[in-house]
Design a protein around this ligand. Sequence first.
Ligand code: MN
Length: 738
Amino acid sequence: MAYTATIKDEKKEIARLYKAMLHDTYQTLSKEDISLIRKAFEFAADAHKGQRRKSGEPYIYHPIAVATIVANEIGLDTDSIAAALLHDVIEDTDYTFIDIEQLFGATIAKIVNGLTKISRLKKDKDISIQAENFRKMLLTLNDDVRVILIKIADRYHNMQTLQSMREDKQVKIASETLFIYAPLAHRLGLYDIKTELENLGLKYTEPEVYYDILNKIKQSKTEREKYIDEFSKSIEKSLEDEGFEYQIKGRTKSIYSIRKKMRSQGVSFDEVYDKFAIRIVYSSSIKEEKFNAWKIYSIVTDHYNPNPNRLRDWITQPKSTGYESLHTTVMGPQGKWVEVQIRSKRMNEIAEKGYAAHFKYKHGNINESGLESWLNKLKDTLENPDINAIDFVEQFKLNLYAKEIYVFTPQGDIKSLPKGATPIDFAYLIHTEVGNHCRGAKVNGKLVHLNYVLLSGDQVEIITSASQKPKLAWLDMVKTARAKSRIKSVLKEEHVLVAAEGKEILARKLRHLKISFDEKSVNELVNFFKLKTSFDLFFRVGNGSIENSQLKKYASQRSNAFVNFFKNRIKRGVKRELGTQVNEVTSNYDLLVFGQNDEKLNYSYTKCCSPIPGDKVFGFTTVSEGIKVHKFDCPNAVSLQSQYAYRILPAKWVDSTQSGFKATFNIIGIDDVGLINNVTKIISDNHNVNIKKLNIASDEGYFQGKITIEVKNNQQIIKLLQQIKKIEGIEKVERITK
Ligand code: MN
């Protein structure tokens, strides 16, 4: 549509937009506030005079619109509104930072300057430069979080007016919005804006999908309204009897999240069962609001059965964004599950406005530390120079969406961690040094593995030891960006990362040589290069001392070995007894172990696919013949896996000369951290002995532990028992036989 407004129309429109902006501010403005905003408006209008947007409209429409979002939807203060009006002045006109500072003071000038810096970041195609720029942008959080909030408003308006951009630019801006700005808005508690950014992002990146879902939502509108009506009517009387002043609304899931669900669960629009939620917003004094939430919960569940697994109490323990609400899912009218969100007006404001609402209610009973501590953590990570920018962005995004759990320190302080976090994450949250020397952890008084997944409510105590150091495997155990970056920087010093990188390079190179990267080939390579361990191999590939030509040499020797192997097989008439091992190629991997604990079980090979050692295989539990081993690509594999998944056992080839026996000890002694350390130290000082399981419970000065170890022979067990008996504080050690 061509732009046709006259100058006179435009002047009227500018005045109207400005008035509307002021009319709807979230915060109450004083006379001084209004005159400062007026000054910023007039200055910006003059500075941008004659400039036009791509759509043909006067440029000033844009700063006014951004200021409207800032003032009304985000609900920020006067300085932010003025800065929003001025946000493009330094970038797009002849005025400078000094001009703004002189006219509007240091605070506003600093915010405008921060916004100018962001828009000057080079929009590069190179992902690593983009990531570095993103990091720089986030560094402005250090100065003033309002910079990012206004930037989000700026992006939001640009997304709303994206249709006048060129198509390739539309896609680029929309992708960037989905990549960075929507997660950021989410983390800052701006849920509504986040939803809009996602929807708009989808509209330009996948228009067909977007319009398809949009139409379907429209079509189901009447049905949805009827449902909500039915629900409301059923609880109306009970709510009124209790004297509640409330509003019930139906909230449709956003187009973007419906699409996400359809994709992740592979279902159609109709099969997404929780397309909308019911929200009950009630009036309450702050003192009574939690009590009232549960009263409403009680009324709702008097009428409809709740799903006990879907109760979320964000009131007692708000999210770190400050979000508070009580969520439950009930079996609603027509036998359909529906989520019910119960929240006070104040909680609703926080859900909509996030940051700004926090300030408004600063003196209420809100746990305000969430956002602040998140910002501090972020600042910490940003300032760590060891971490590469792409990693950082990836980790940052993980943290943005991570669901939270709450755990306690031994002193009873509450700490928040992302869902899936382990004691190592917790250790790093307490202090870098605690993390770096984390040797073990007790959860609720019990010793756990370091990869134990913490649950809300756990009380965590970290056992440290000066000699402990971060390990490569820890990287797979941790969830937080903080722990990851700390571990990486220690590992970097220790060359472990070189080996980790070498491992990836090797996998890639072998793929080019059409050799699968597995225990077998790694073992062959270790022998080929006359090395001791796979670590040596990976490290050498990582630092470049093993070259391509050498790998090719290995590959050609290997294919000869294969030819010989098959020739031998044919010579022997391929009559292989079930269960016999064929040793030509896989001399070191000749025994199968099963399940997660690498158990040794009796097994036999099947005739349908005749696996040989080194093949990718799985075990299948039969009714009468024990475990049968099939190849992964066996013609029967798919039907077995799909019909009898519960009878499938993962299987792994091991070197039978290297594998040991399991032995379990029962240890009783005086409860003392040093004691546990001494026991584990003795075990780990004995070569070839591995701790498989460690379970220690302590109670009133006593501890009782069960340790399962793997040893090569009986002699080692006897030696260990003698050594452990000598430790001070040990009462009794005995081997348990089952
Ligand atoms: Mn702008």
